[in-house]
Design a protein around this ligand. Structure first.
Ligand code: DC
Length: 218
């Protein structure tokens, strides 16, 4: 069994930024499980399946093969042998992933892939249900959060830097909706594991968050 650090929290809390930095500092492999749900979403979009059509989504899981590889330490995601890493981060794919990740067949499909990685390697794995469902015996569990306002402001700045015009209130509304969906779904809802350390990054710098999390790890 590898050394396992589980990081859960809502969208926009900075999980991936922080987990990548902790991985570098501690020499763990960073596993981004959201990317796996996004790869599944690309599969469903390619087949033209509506996320409301649970039976078709479940059926389509059977011919989806998601695998992970690392190039220069950076996670690459393959869908049926094709590297889809560059296509994961669009709004369309994110929305499809948010809706289809509620479907038990989709979660079951990715469970073994996630557990297998944690068995073999020292990992810091981020997602929504890592400490509660995927790795209930993780060595360290972190619940990383920040206020809706802070998360919306960070997203707004990130988009502005990329030259993308956006409306702050719309971003905040989107974040609230995603929280609502992730926290209130029937299967593996987002919640803090009882034994997770709560880290609220609303008033912390990236360095402070990384240092706090590293302090919990071996
Ligand atoms: O973290 P992200 O935005 O890349 O995740 C995409 C979607 O996948 C998100 O809406 C929630 C879902 N997800 C999940 O249900 N469980 C995980 N372990 C990771 C992500």
């Amino acid at each position: 069994m590898g050394y396992n650090v589980a990081v859960d929290g809502p969208a926009g809390a900075g999980k991936s930024t922080i987990a990548k930095l902790v991985a570098k500092e501690k020499n763990y492999i960073y596993v981004d499980t959201g990317a796996m749900y996004r790869a599944m979403a690309i599969h469903f979009l390619g087949k033209g399946i509506a996320p409301e059509n649970v039976a078709d989504v479940a059926g389509a899981c059977q011919d989806a093969d998601v695998t992970i590889d690392y190039e220069d330490g950076i996670q690459q995601v393959y869908l049926n042998g094709e590297n889809v890493t560059d296509r994961l981060r669009t709004e369309e794919v994110g929305n499809m992933a948010s809706k289809t990740s509620q479907i038990p067949a989709v979660r079951e499909k990715l469970l073994e892939l996630q557990r297998g990685l944690a068995r073999e390697k020292d990992v810091i794995m981020d997602g929504r249900d890592i400490g509660t469902c995927i790795l209930p015996d993780a060595d360290v569990k972190i619940y990383l959060t920040a206020s809706v306002e802070t998360r919306a402001r960070r997203r707004f700045e990130e988009l502005k830097e990329k030259g993308i015009l956006c409306d702050f209130d719309e971003i905040a509304r989107d974040i609230k909706e995603r929280d609502e969906r992730d926290m209130n779904r029937a299967t593996a809802p987002l919640r803090k594991a009882d034994d997770a350390h709560l880290v609220d990054s609303s008033h912390m710098t990236i360095e402070e968050v990384v240092s706090a999390i590293c302090g919990y790890c071996k």
